[in-house]
Design a protein around this ligand. Sequence first.
Ligand SMILES: Cc1cc2nc3c(=O)[nH]c(=O)nc-3n(C[C@H](O)[C@H](O)[C@H](O)COP(=O)(O)OP(=O)(O)OC[C@H]3O[C@@H](n4cnc5c(N)ncnc54)[C@H](O)[C@@H]3O)c2cc1C
Length: 498
Amino acid sequence: MAANHATSIVWLRRDLRLSDNVALERAARASERVVCAFVLDPVLLRSDRVGAPIVCCFFDALASLRDALRERGSDLALLEGDFETELRGLAKRAGATALFYNVDYEPDAIARDERVTAGLRADDVVVEASVDHVYFGATDVLKPDGSPYTVFTPYKRRWLERCEREPRPATDSLGAIRRRLATADTIGETLAVPKPEDYGHERSPKFPKGGETLAHDTLATFLEERGGAYAADRNEPAKPGTSHLSPQLRAGTIGIRTCVAAVVDARRGARGTRATGFDTWLSELIWRDFYQQILANVPRVADGPFDERARALDYRTSRDDFEAWCAGRTGYPIVDAAMVQLNTFGWMHNRLRMIVASFLTKDLLLDYRLGEAYFEQHLADADKAANNGGWQWSSSTGTDAAPYFRVFNPVLQSEKFDPDGAFIRSMLPALERLPARAVHAPWILAPLEAEALGFRLGRDYPEPIVDHAEARVRALAAYAPVLGKAARPREAARSDAP
Ligand SMILES: Cc1cc2nc3c(=O)[nH]c(=O)nc-3n(C[C@H](O)[C@H](O)[C@H](O)COP(=O)(O)OP(=O)(O)OC[C@H]3O[C@@H](n4cnc5c(N)ncnc54)[C@H](O)[C@@H]3O)c2cc1C
C-alpha cells in the first residue's frame, strides 16, 4: 500500500512502548517515515497533581523507549513546553504532514488534545486519534438502549461476549515500524531524558521502575508463577499475589490487548482453581475498562460524586485527622502499614486501598476527594479513572458502589487478610515483636505484657485516633439521611468488590 505521508509524528503520552501500539501501527502503515515524540509539561511536572513515584516511572519508561528507538537507528523526539507550540514546531522541522495519537479519556487530556489538534490542522497537518489504552473503547460496550453501563456485572457480561465474538489481537506495531522509523537527523534536536530532581521530585530505589521489557517480563512471570493462584492470593498483602503491572499499564509500557491475549492463552487448558485465578485476573482488567468508560461517558465524576445525592454529605474537616491518615499515624496498624507502603513504595495493594479509603471516608468522615488527591500524588499508577472509581466505590458515592452502611472494620479486615501480621510487621517495625493477636490492635495488650515486650502505646505507636465502633455510628448518622433515601434505579444487583 502506498504511504499517504512522507513523514508523520506519533505523539506518545500514556503509551510509552513500541509493541501493540495502535497509533504507532497506523502511522507506520500510512507513512514513509515516523517520528516518535513525547512532550514534557513543566507546569504539570512541578505541580502537586503528580508525585515522585509516577514521574520516576515515566522517566524510566522514556529512557527505555529511547534506547529501543536508538537500537533501531532512530531516536525519541523529546520536547518540553506548551504541547501545541512544541508539536507544531516539530511538524515544521521534520516536514511532517500527519500526527497520530492514542486517546486519553481524562477531561483535561481531552481539552489539551482538542487544542493541539486545532493548531496542527491550521497548519494543514492531518490528525488522527485511535483507541489504544483500553481493550474496548467507551462506546464499544453499551446497554441495548445505547446508554453506558453503570453497574459492573452486566458490563462485564457484555464485554466478555464481545471479546469472544471480536477479540482484539495485539496490534503489530513492531512489524509495521520496520524500516519506517525516522533517522536521528530528521528528528533534529532532542532533549536528554530529565532527572526527576529537575522538577523537584526525589528519587527512591523503592519506587516501581518503568520500561517495556520489564513490563513484558512482569506479565510473563505473573501468569506463569502466580496467575493460577490469583483468586486465592490477591487479597493478602503479605503475599506477592497480584501482578504489580499497574504502573506499567499507566505508563503504557505494555498494551492492554497483549495482557488480555496472554491471560486468555494461559486460561486455555487450565482447570479448577487455576482457571478461576486467570478468570479473576481478567475480571480486574475489565474493571479497568469499566472505570475508563465511566470517566469518558460521565466526565462529571472527575470533580464530584457520581451519585448526585452525595453532594449533600456533611463531611468533617479535621486537618489533624487527615494528616494522621496520610502519615500512617491513625493507631490502626493495617491502615498505617498500608499508608507506609504507599509513602515508601509509591504503590499500595488493592485490599489495602479499600481499607484506607473506607477508613478515611467512614471512620474519619472526611471527603473522599482528599484521599483521591493524596493517592494521585503518591501512586506510581495514579490514574484518574481507576482512582476516582476506587474512591467513589469505597465512599459509597460512585457507580455500583459499596452500600453506605458498609464500613470496613479495620481490625477484622486485618485479622482476615493479614492473619499473622506479616505485612504489618514488614511496614511497622515498632509492632514487630507484638504477638499475632495484638498486632492488629495493640491497645488490647495488658500493661504488664506490653512492658515485658518493651512496648508502650502512645510512645512506640499511636493510640487509635477514633474508636471504630463510635466512628461507625457517626458515619451511619451522616450517610443514612443522604444515601439511605429512595435508591437509584439500577439495572442489576450490585457487583462484587473490584
Ligand atoms: C481507593 C482506590 C484507588 C485506586 N487507585 C488506582 C489508581 O490510581 N490506578 C490504578 O491503576 N488502580 C487503582 N486502583 C485499583 C487497584 O487497586 C490497582 O489497580 C491494583 O492494586 C494494582 O495492583 P496490580 O497491578 O498488582 O493489580 P492486579 O490485581 O494484578 O490487577 C491487574 C490490573 O488490573 C487493573 N485493576 C485491578 N483492579 C482494578 C480496579 N479495582 N479498578 C481498575 N483497574 C483495576 C490494574 O490495571 C491492574 O494493574 C484503586 C483502587 C482503590 C480501591
